[in-house]
Design a protein around this ligand. Sequence first.
Ligand SMILES: C[S@@+](CC[C@H](N)C(=O)[O-])C[C@H]1O[C@@H](n2cnc3c(N)ncnc32)[C@H](O)[C@@H]1O
Length: 307
Amino acid sequence: MKKTDISDHTFGGDWTEEKLARVREYLTQYRQVFKKQTFLRTWYVDGFAGTGTRADRETLPVQSTTDHLFEDVYDDAETNTFRKGSATIALGLVDPFDRYLFIDQRQRHVDALASAVKESHPALLERCEFKRGNANEVLKQWCAERDWKSERAVVFLDPYGMQVEWTTIEALAATRGVDLWYLFPLGIGVSRLLTRDGAIDELWCRRLDLLFGTADWRNRFYNVRQQEDLFGIREVVERDAPAEKIQTFIEERLKTCFVKVADGLILRNSRANPLYSLCFAASNERGAPIALRIAQYILKKGKPKGR
Ligand SMILES: C[S@@+](CC[C@H](N)C(=O)[O-])C[C@H]1O[C@@H](n2cnc3c(N)ncnc32)[C@H](O)[C@@H]1O
């Protein structure tokens, strides 16, 4: 695969647009609510920030992602121009956040984003922190350093694949100040690892354990039944993991640590294959009911019937 020096990283499709439009609407409404509460400092945190710009495969040479397992998902280009990424969208709000934290594992992406902010939003540069590193580690440290009596945040986790660890989700929930948007890798990650007969590589099992924070997925996604044949009775393991069931499971998991969790939206590619579930969870006891109402409305908007 050819490597490139360009700063724009490549992914896309209508589902990407759909995801970003909904998160943008939430950010706008969130700032509307908080602009009157000036005693609270609001953060926008992007755990997988990218470069600030997206471009599709037709306009850019191919480059590798951090996780080759999920790479082909990003071949599903359905857009044909450079588009704004989540970081640029969050900075472009009419009423911006008080603080921004952008995290990316790749130095090249962090540098490109910092330059883009300098150029397009110089007035907001002082509010921004750019950190290169693993989102799991950076986020846990960031949560611990905040004063959650006076700070609130919207955290957006938009990984390519299964990079988010459950302990990170728990740390975000424990702040009691974070609203979380999480692009959960339902189709491109979990579904792919769940083999038909339940024989799954140990490393992949470990990865699923880390993602869900439990080994219970084994019981949820596989049925064991007795089958009689010429040789007697034997146990047969069968996969039972449609996208909706995986979505229900991650939402149940989020409910173990967040105050409110919305009914997520399954995002599909043009061939209607489920890729991700866009999940929302609120951790602040007082704010959660209104946060949920807004997020649920946004998630349901324009949703095709039966999905
Ligand atoms: C899907 S892209 C993010 C796109 C971005 N939200 C946007 O709208 O432009 C995922 C990004 O996560 C970065 N990444 C991958 N693994 C990471 C990790 N463990 N921690 C932080 N960033 C990571 C990649 O370098 C890539 O830039």
